[in-house]
Ligand binder design. Structure first.
Ligand SMILES: Cc1cc2nc3c(=O)[nH]c(=O)nc-3n(C[C@H](O)[C@H](O)[C@H](O)COP(=O)(O)OP(=O)(O)OC[C@H]3O[C@@H](n4cnc5c(N)ncnc54)[C@H](O)[C@@H]3O)c2cc1C
Length: 533
């Protein structure tokens, strides 16, 4: 790929896009406000765009000339669909463009840059940290039309796909070759491989096989000047910097991903799925530590608490016992003999930790039923309360019992039920705060409870996300885990990639004034006047 380079300011100049008036929920989430961005603009000498109402007709015409009339959306009713992801915040784009090829993406990016429009890439919009919400308005680049599986090399176990391919569709398409794509977010029926790359998504089966970054060999990217480049490639262990690794998990801030070369795994010969029932949550947490502590790494090791069971069972009828305090869903896979041996050993460990029952799925349909409960768990929470706020933190496994107790205390303090469904094997918690947004003040209190829970994770030696990313939701917590220097070094990657604030501005980095702010001014200071911001 051609060398990435710093761009002189004359190519684009300081860039600060139009801001949308944040709604109350957005403001509570820490959505950057006009004042913050304007004050940054004043210090960098950048012009702020003050009108966000509509785009000039000639800009729309130029965009239509690139992708076709039908694929440029600008009517408010069409735009509303794109103001959400799966978080609480919302903000409308000024225009949505749906390209079909990398060349079209490149042309759209050049146009957006020329007209000073921030670009927010978007897959299926299932993100849980606000990444696809265009909080500064501008152009949403929806990549869902780019959904072709371009090549499957079943001998090599690789596939070349476009970013809009739905995660589960990829595994279904390669199943006839005895292959699958390992990262399996619970949202896999809807989320896209491009979104998985941007968030470095995980999933129940990532405990044994690793998250998205472990399954991507190379990426085609569109940079901020419209150039189309490749990072990584078919050969494993490439020399030089791991630029593929830098882009994975960058949440759409460095480049637009237009092709993905993924690694595929062989379907296992045998699978054993266990549902382990506990009368006490602590017993389940201790069983998780004991399984891993005794050297077993199951393909999946998931936990669901009483609240989740109460939500799932009446709706999905998957066979979870309504009177249990917690269940573990454990899967071991591999060669037949090893699976039988490992399954039995894990069963013994669970019984020793106080499990009241261990059920082994007898056949494929029973296994699918047990997993349907896990994968439908977050959706089923809507049975308990109108709204839920899904959190994502990671803690050392050995701290699970204590952290879960403290999460329960936060629920009591704020008067919320909190439902836990999570990837217990890697200590990746998902407490869901159940609330009713129609009750005045409840959204703000739910967000406050969420902050306390995140702080508990950090204090326990964990961190602020396991897989959902930072987006807008967690950026204010970045100071808890990174120093100002860390953040500044990280933000320089935007300059190296030439992205400045064109792609997904305001995401990932704290936008607050004062200590730790990493905005255009700070990047300028650290990189000199030639940096393209
Ligand atoms: C019910 C439910 C369960 C979930 N379970 C899991 C889980 O188990 N594990 C997990 O990791 N996540 C989970 N998620 C979160 C979410 O599904 C993942 O983060 C997923 O990877 C997002 O994919 P998406 O296509 O919806 O991306 P979007 O939400 O559209 O976008 C996510 C981010 O990626 C960027 N982006 C999207 N496409 C591109 C591209 N082509 N180039 C550059 N940037 C891009 C966006 O700008 C944004 O920052 C869950 C969500 C829900 C609603």
């Amino acid at each position: 790929m051609p060398a990435l380079r710093q761009r002189p300011a004359s190519l684009g100049g300081p860039f600060l896009p139009a801001l949308r008036a944040g709604d109350p929920a957005g403001a509570a989430l820490g959505v950057a406000d006009r004042q913050t961005v304007e004050s940054v603009a004043n210090r960098t000498g950048a012009a702020t765009v003050t009108s966000t109402a509509t785009l000039d007709k000639h800009v729309l015409r130029e965009l239509m000339a690139v992708v076709g009339h039908d694929y440029v959306l600008h009517e408010p009713t069409d735009l509303m669909v794109f103001e959400y992801d799966a978080t609480i915040g919302r903000s409308m784009p000024q225009v949505v463009v749906l390209p079909e090829t990398a060349e079209q993406v490149s042309e759209v990016v050049k146009l957006a840059r020329r007209h000073g429009l921030p670009v927010t890439p978007r897959g299926a919009g299932t993100g849980l940290s606000g990444g696809a919400i265009p909080e500064m308005g501008g152009l949403t680049l929806a990549l869902t039309r780019m959904k072709r599986i371009l090549e499957v090399d079943h001998q090599e176990g690789v596939a070349l796909v476009e970013p809009g391919v739905v995660n589960l569709d990829l595994s279904r398409a390669v199943k006839p070759y005895g292959l699958y794509f390992a990262p399996d977010p619970a949202s896999q029926r809807a989320c896209t491989v491009g979104g998985n790359v941007a968030e470095n998504a995980g999933g129940p089966h990532c405990l044994a096989y690793g998250v998205t970054t472990n399954h991507v060999l190379g990426l085609e990217l569109v940079l901020a000047d419209g150039e189309i480049v490749w990072v990584g490639g078919r050969t494993r262990d490439l020399p030089g910097y791991d630029l593929t690794g830098a882009v994975i998990g960058s949440e759409g801030t460095l480049a637009i991903v237009t092709k993905i070369l993924v690694r595929l795994l062989r379907l296992p010969e045998a699978v054993r799925t266990l549902l382990v029932v506990f009368d006490e949550m602590d017993q389940a947490s201790n069983a998780v530590s004991a399984i891993i502590g005794q050297g077993f790494v199951p393909a999946a090791l998931e936990m669901m608490d009483r609240e989740v069971i109460q939500a799932v069972e009446p709706v999905l009828h998957v066979g979870y016992p309504m009177d249990a305090d917690a269940v573990l869903l454990i899967e071991v896979e591999g060669v037949r003999e090893a699976v039988a041996e490992e399954g039995e050993a894990i069963e013994k460990i669970c019984l020793a930790q106080g499990a009241r029952e261990v059920r082994v799925a007898e056949d494929g349909p029973e296994r699918d039923r047990l997993w349907a409960g896990r994968k439908g768990a977050i959706g089923a929470l809507g049975q308990l309360m109108p709204n839920y706020y899904v959190l994502d933190g990671t803690v050392p496994r050995t701290r699970l019992p204590e952290v879960l107790r403290r999460v329960g205390e936060v629920g009591q303090k704020y008067g919320f039920r909190i439902a836990n469904v999570f990837h217990a094997g890697d200590g990746n918690l998902h407490p869901n705060v159940l609330f009713n947004a129609r009750q005045p003040g409840e959204t703000e209190r739910a967000l406050e409870a969420g902050s306390e829970i995140m702080r508990i994770c950090v204090d326990a030696g964990g961190t602020i996300t396991g897989e959902h990313g930072i987006g807008t939701e967690k950026r204010k917590f970045m100071h808890w885990v990174f120093s100002d220097d860390d953040l500044e070094v990280m933000s320089r990657l935007k300059v190296v990639f030439g992205a400045g604030e064109l792609f997904n501005p305001g995401k990932m980095f704290p936008t607050d004034e004062g200590s730790g702010e990493v905005g255009p001014a700070q990047i300028m200071r650290s990189t000199g006047p030639d940096a393209y911001i």
